[in-house]
Structure formats: C-alpha cells, structure tokens
Design a protein around this ligand. Sequence first.
Ligand code: NAP
Length: 320
Amino acid sequence: MSEQPTDGTHDVIILGSGPAGLTAAVYAARANLAPLLVEGVVEGGPTGGQLTLTTDVENFPGFPEGIMGPELITNMRSQAERFGTSFVTEDVVRADLSARPFTLETASGVTLRSRSLIVATGAKPRRLDVPGEDELWGSGVSACATCDGFFFRDRHVIVVGGGDSAMEEATFLTKFAAKVTIVHRREEFRASAIMVDRAQRNEKVEFALNATVTRVNGADGVVSSVTLEDTVTGEQRDLACDGVFLAIGHIPNTWLFDGVLDTDDEGYLVVDDPSTRTNVEGVFACGDVMDHTYRQAITAAGTGCRAAIDAERWLADQDD
Ligand code: NAP
C-alpha cells in the first residue's frame, strides 16, 4: 500500500485552513518541512475558514481591485500545495499534547503524529442563546449573510450587532432584502465610522438601537418576528421579520486543548508575544484563535508566517 499523508511522524502539523494555517503551510513547506495541514478541524466550521464566507476582500494588500474571499483562500491553498503541503480533510476530535510526538485523533479514527504543532483553528460565530434561536437555526436564523442572504429577496431581515461585521452584512443584505434593520444593544457603535456611514446612507437600512433580541419567534421552520427588549426602559415589543442574521462576534475554537493550552479571559490562546509559542513546548498558535484585537485576514496570515518560522527554528534546535 502506498504511503498516505497521514502515515508516520510529521515535523509539523497545522490545524486550520484559513489564512493563518495556509500561510504557515506555505512557509513550512518552503522550509522543506513537508507540513500536513488538517482542514475542517472543527465540527461544522467551514473549510478555508471565515474568509470563505466573505464576499469582496478589499483590504488584503496586492489586490488593488479586491478579491473574493473564497478565491483568496483557494489561491493560498494552491500555493501551499505547490511547495509540498499535504492535506487531510477531517475533524480532529482529540489531541494529546502530554508527550512528543503529539498525537491527534480524527473523526474517522486516524491517529496523526507530529513533532510540532501549529494551531490555527480560528473562531466561530457567537450565538445569542435565546429561545427560538436553535429551533430556527438554518431556517431563518443565520450567521452568514453571504451564504443565506439570497433566500431573503424582497423580505425584511434583521442584523444583530454593532461592529464592522454587522454593518458589512447589513449593507450586503440590501442587495436582496427589501428592508434591513440593524438591532444593536447600545447607541454607540463598535464599527468603524466609514462602515457605519455606509450603512446609514443606505436607504434600505434602519436601526433599532438600545435593543436586544430576547426571543426568535416562528413556526414550521419560518421566522415571523423577534421579541426586542429596550435596554433603557426594559420594555418588550415584537418586530416582524423574515430572517435574523447574527453578527455579534466570535468564540475562539480552543476546546481541543481545554486545560492544556493557556487561554486569556476571553478564551483566546495565549502566546509568548512577540513569538507564537504557547505554554506547551513545540506548540505554536496563530490567527484568530490567538488574536482578539486585529482579526484581519492579513494579520492572521502574518501570525501564520511567524508560527511557521518559530516551529522551524524550534525543530532545528531540537535536532542540534
Ligand atoms: P465585534 O467587533 O466584536 O462586534 C461585535 C458586536 O456584537 C458588538 O457591537 C457587540 O456589542 C455585539 N454583541 C456581542 N455580543 C452580543 C450579544 N450577546 N447580544 C447582542 N449584541 C452582542 O465583532 P465583528 O463585527 O465580527 O468584528 C470582528 C473584527 O473583524 C473587528 O476587528 C472588525 O473590525 C473586523 N471586521 C472588519 C471588516 C472590514 O473591515 N471589512 C468586516 C468585518 C469585521 P457591544 O459593542 O455593545 O459590545
């Protein structure tokens, strides 16, 4: 039987296929480390990371006309492959970092071994945790306007959140929806002024400020309204709508390493800045799983580069 990319002990395994993981793969591959990249590491997460759920990326240097998120990821993946990265498309269900080589177990029961590990598992969309949300998830409640906006042609949808994502998603959704209401729990926005301005100037966009969603109402897989609570007066009211898009931030995907890799108060992996070293020797972290400040494709790619260089130097030290 021919050798599989999963056989043997690797010098470096990279967990995660967003810009951080793929950049780490390009660098590790060009350093002759023949990295194995596990894509689809986290159950339900998109292969290629959050960027595959984006439309135009206008701020990634090198693309003066912008580039579509999925295309950018496809290009990065081809580049990593060209220099010798192997790929495994599976969820990882267990990680043992207590001894080296580290072992990872995939959902189909394959055990992967590696001398070093780069964690680039990203972050997943935060949920509201209100009644009706789970029941109507995927049937009117979504965290991805790019994926689901199309289904809401000429409808009224709400977008929850006051950050850049909320403004971006709301503006994007006006391509389809007749009306988009941004529901935000405060009067001030976390989003940058230019993004707020763009949403405010769009005549299809309305705002419900000082409001939280306390319930998603609907039946038979169809959303009919949300119940809003005024954060100042406590008053409750129903707002009729056909769809609910969440843009309330992300939660880092660290559960594989609970109690093993150090995290900060918000759950992000802690690294020994300016390096990408975690508290476990031979394990490095990059991208959104360790960055709650910048969270940009370009900063994720930058930390991916750093992680690969850190891993390469650490492996060289071990060999010495
Ligand atoms: P974010 O900046 O963390 O904003 C999350 C928003 O959701 C905040 O307004 C927050 O309210 C609200 N929120 C959080 N939990 C909530 C809850 N349980 N109920 C109701 N509201 C809740 O997240 P983001 O908008 O996803 O942006 C993340 C990063 O990506 C940022 O650095 C952003 O600049 C960047 N980004 C950039 C672009 C772009 O440049 N094109 C597009 C998207 C994202 P509070 O404000 O009250 O805390």
